[in-house]
Design a protein around this ligand. Structure first.
Ligand code: MG
Length: 388
């Protein structure tokens, strides 16, 4: 029996993870959950899974949660960053599912690694912001990091049984999102509800908007560099609208190994939770004869400048990827709030990156400082109403 703690239990990945666990009660037991403000959903999760410990965003929400639970004393209720770190490092936990969205996932994931917990990593920002530090820390603590991001789960699976030194390149597939056929002159008219209409994957709001701008793929390039110790020059992106091939590895002999499956996050979640085993029936069968056609196209750098921005930040290294990520988080929030247009998202990120002096990263504090600098800088640019 593997004991599990979930950081971000009420988000999209958290909910899917609990579905997988509910379907496999003899393999997994939930012992700790952290969530933000969605107390109604967290209450249901507590009733069903009976964790020993939960944490919420702040002490007000912790108090409210105690009020709405029928048996409040049956679970230890914590709050804030310290509470989340406790859920991440709780003694009785074997594996931590890191599924908080955005930069907020970094510190609790580090706390889990420091406590020697294996990680099922859905929070790509941990790798984007501080990949070098995280991988060093994980290897010195003997911690296994198994990716949950579908592309990285695919690469991880394609590496199994092969020699990493014989990899020629990684090919990350991207659905292309809802706008991959939209002419560039219509990007200015894109509304929030258009950006939220992802063709293949059911995901949270931030990542769905990132998929539409392809910044998600940009972040995934950086995530892959660190997770697999591969140079950015060895990572290519290929548009694959059907989202059946989740990514591929080309080896030095020209052989390409691809991982395929029905596009459902329960696949990579099940794989990470059960690793190195596989769960029977985790996904419905893939019927390629019914699907018939799989297409592959090159990405368009003019309509989707986010990819080049990410390659550029990866090349600069140091604090640049954290700045890219933070500026993008602010830009996506501003777009969702109607303050800037969809096409302004990469422009704002570019402006913030260009005004940043890249520093080396020696600690998580360095990363968080760059993150906070970039947020302030991005908000100033939005307030001025001038994004060049
Ligand atoms: Mg992905």
């Amino acid at each position: 029996m593997k004991t599990i703690s979930i950081l971000g239990s009420t988000g999209s990945i958290g909910v899917s993870t609990l579905d997988v666990i509910a379907g496999n009660p003899s393999r997994f037991k939930v012992v700790a959950l952290s969530a933000g403000r969605n107390l109604a959903l967290l209450k249901r999760q507590i009733e069903i899974f009976q964790p020993e410990m939960v944490s919420v965003i702040d002490s007000d929400h912790a108090y409210q949660l105690g009020e709405i639970l029928d048996r409040p004393l049956a679970v230890k209720i914590l709050s804030g960053e310290a509470g989340c770190a406790e859920v991440a490092s709780y003694r009785g936990v074997d594996m931590v599912v890191s599924a908080i969205a955005g930069a907020a996932g970094l510190s609790p994931t580090m706390a889990a690694i420091d406590a020697g917990k294996d990680i099922a990593l859905a929070n790509k920002e941990t790798m984007v912001m501080a990949g070098g530090l995280v991988m060093d820390r994980a290897s010195s603590r003997g911690v296994k990091i198994v990716p949950v991001d579908s592309e990285h789960s695919a690469i991880f699976q394609c590496l199994a049984g092969n020699n990493r030194r014989e990899v020629r390149r990684l090919i990350l597939t991207a659905s292309g999102g809802p706008f991959f056929n939209l002419p560039v002159e219509r990007f200015a008219d894109i509304r929030l509800e258009d950006a939220l209409r992802h063709p293949n994957w059911e995901m949270g709001r931030k990542i769905t908007i990132d998929s539409a701008s392809m910044m998600n793929k940009g972040l995934e390039i950086i995530e892959a560099m660190w997770l697999f110790g591969i140079d950015r020059e060895q990572i290519d992106v290929c548009i694959h609208p059907q989202s059946i091939v989740h990514s591929m590895i080309e080896y030095i002999d020209g052989s390409v190994i691809a991982q395929m499956g029905v596009p459902d996050m329960k696949g990579p979640i099940s794989y990470a939770l059960a690793y190195p085993e596989r769960i029977p029936g985790a996904l419905p069968c893939l019927d390629l004869c019914t699907i018939g056609t799989l297409e592959f196209l090159p990405p368009d750098p003019v309509r989707f400048p986010a990819l080049d921005l990410a390659y550029g930040a990866a090349g600069k290294g140091g604090t640049a990827p954290a700045v890219l990520n933070a500026a993008n988080e602010v830009a996506v929030e501003a777009f969702a709030g109607g303050e800037i247009g969809f096409g302004d998202i990469p422009l704002l990120v570019k402006e913030v990156l260009e005004s940043h002096r890249t520093q080396d990263i020696e600690s998580i504090a360095d990363v968080l400082e760059a993150d906070s600098w970039a947020r302030t800088r991005a908000m100033e640019a939005i307030k001025k109403g001038r994004i060049s």
